[in-house]
Design a protein around this ligand. Structure first.
Ligand SMILES: NC(=O)c1ccc[n+]([C@@H]2O[C@H](COP(=O)([O-])OP(=O)(O)OC[C@H]3O[C@@H](n4cnc5c(N)ncnc54)[C@H](O)[C@@H]3O)[C@@H](O)[C@H]2O)c1
Ligand SMILES: O=C(O)C(=O)C[C@@H](O)[C@H](O)[C@H](O)COP(=O)(O)O
Ligand SMILES: [Zn+2]
Length: 364
């Protein structure tokens, strides 16, 4: 069943359209948006080989003048150097202010395309066509765009909203199993911080890893609920003045793990899963939520096939140092998103380095 979830913002509201087998409809979906003729599709070799032609032909049929920019795949390449490649393509194709960049891929392609669109000619249109579970439920929505700095994750970026998020769940069938599991981490995040019913549904589901093959209906329900959670939060606080920080649950430790492992070995979703285990234990230690909730979250993360321990060889003091690059740091104080009950979370400045030193050894 197709569903449309609006992201309501003070300016530039847009829709998240979820419809199976809709990739070849993108051109028609973009027509009512009254965008200019020129479209630059940004993707990576893996995704472009599978889905690029279908997408381009739909855009061409709808009257768009289409070109393509292919970026090297991988989080290690979420850099300013890759952005330069997009700028070069934009220049070569003579993109105009009314032109559109279409991100076809996972969160890496989406974050970079959004940042290039935000900055090229001081801002041109962009459309998100997410092809990973993680990008469908999270990265493509809400306008956080950017790249990594050698010293830290997502340190360079801009808030810049897409004109449309077009989701075709069918493409998830070709996603590697490990990447599908990674997306589940952000779904579990919404269950913990916002949508208690989603959490319970995930607990009751039989095989989370097989959903895309055996239960398309339930997968779509999970997609829709997750997108709705993100739209709710972003709609209330677009630029992270307050509430939106809860979407960073699991990311404080998670980003440090990604950065310290040089974006190899642990992917974003896995790092978030590890970060949620840590944050949950910190919350128990501070008396903010109970051990039974901690146990339920741990069980769900394990059920989704996600890691619950820190990668080997990470130094605790280095993790603590890296936390200083987190964007939630205020006046030098690291702040953590901590759960308070299933479906609710808060931002706390009560997590000290000593408390982290007590909790993290239990995750090694
Ligand atoms: N902007 C945000 O709000 C936000 C939210 C969450 C995550 N992120 C960012 O998203 C990134 C992680 O995104 P990701 O998990 O999508 O990883 P990713 O973009 O690296 O994609 C994972 C892998 O899947 C492959 N792939 C993608 N779609 C495929 C398909 N349909 N079939 C086969 N292979 C496919 C890609 O080639 C890639 O190798 C991180 O950089 C993270 O910081 C951003
Ligand atoms: O949309 C948000 O807000 C999020 O925090 C979503 C996160 O899942 C995402 O990984 C985001 O890119 C992290 O943002 P950052 O500001 O901590 O870099
Ligand atoms: Zn994330």
């Amino acid at each position: 069943m197709p569903s449309v979830i609006p992201v309501n913002l003070p300016q530039d509201s847009y829709d998240i359209a979820i419809a199976p087998q809709s990739l070849d409809q993108l051109g028609a979906q973009m027509q009512p948006l009254k965008l200019g003729k020129k479209v630059l599709v940004v993707s990576n070799p893996v995704v472009d080989r599978r889905y690029g032609d279908c997408l381009r032909s739909s855009l061409t049929t709808a009257g768009f003048d289409v070109s393509t920019c292919i970026l090297t795949a991988g989080e290690q390449y979420k850099t300013l150097r890759s952005i330069q490649k997009i700028y070069d393509a934009a220049l070569e194709q003579r993109l105009e202010r009314s032109s559109t960049m279409v991100a076809l891929g996972g969160g890496v392609v989406g974050d970079m395309t959004g940042f290039a669109a935000a900055t090229w000619l001081r801002g041109i249109n962009f459309v998100q066509v997410p092809t990973t579970l993680l990008a469908m439920v999270d990265a493509s929505i809400g306008g956080k765009t950017g790249v990594n700095h050698p010293q830290g994750k997502n340190l360079i970026g801009a808030f810049y909203q897409p004109k449309l998020v077009a989701i075709d769940p069918e493409v998830l069938k070709t996603l590697p199993a490990r990447e599908f599991r990674a997306g589940m981490a952000e779904v579990i995040k919404y269950g913990v911080i916002w949508d208690a019913e989603l959490f319970t549904q995930m607990e009751q589901a039989k095989r989370l890893d097989q959903l895309r093959y055996v239960d398309a209906g339930f997968l779509e329900e999970i997609l829709a609920r997750s997108c709705q959670s993100k739209a709710d939060v972003v709609g209330k606080d677009e630029k992270e003045a307050g509430l939106r920080a809860i979407l960073n649950y699991g990311h404080t430790i998670g980003h440090a793990v990604e950065s310290l492992t040089h974006y190899k070995g642990t992917n974003h979703g896995e790092a978030v899963a590890i970060g949620m285990v840590a944050a949950s234990r910190l919350a128990v230690a501070l008396g903010l939520w109970d051990e039974e909730c901690d146990r339920r979250q741990f069980a769900l993360i394990e059920k989704a096939g996600l890691p619950t321990k820190l990668p080997e060889g990470l130094n605790l003091e280095e993790i603590i140092d890296t936390l200083q690059t987190d964007k939630k740091v205020k006046d030098g104080q690291v702040r953590f998103v901590l759960p308070t009950q299933i479906g609710a979370a808060t931002v706390s400045d009560r997590v000290t380095s000593d408390l982290i030193r007590q909790i993290l050894p239990g995750m090694q």
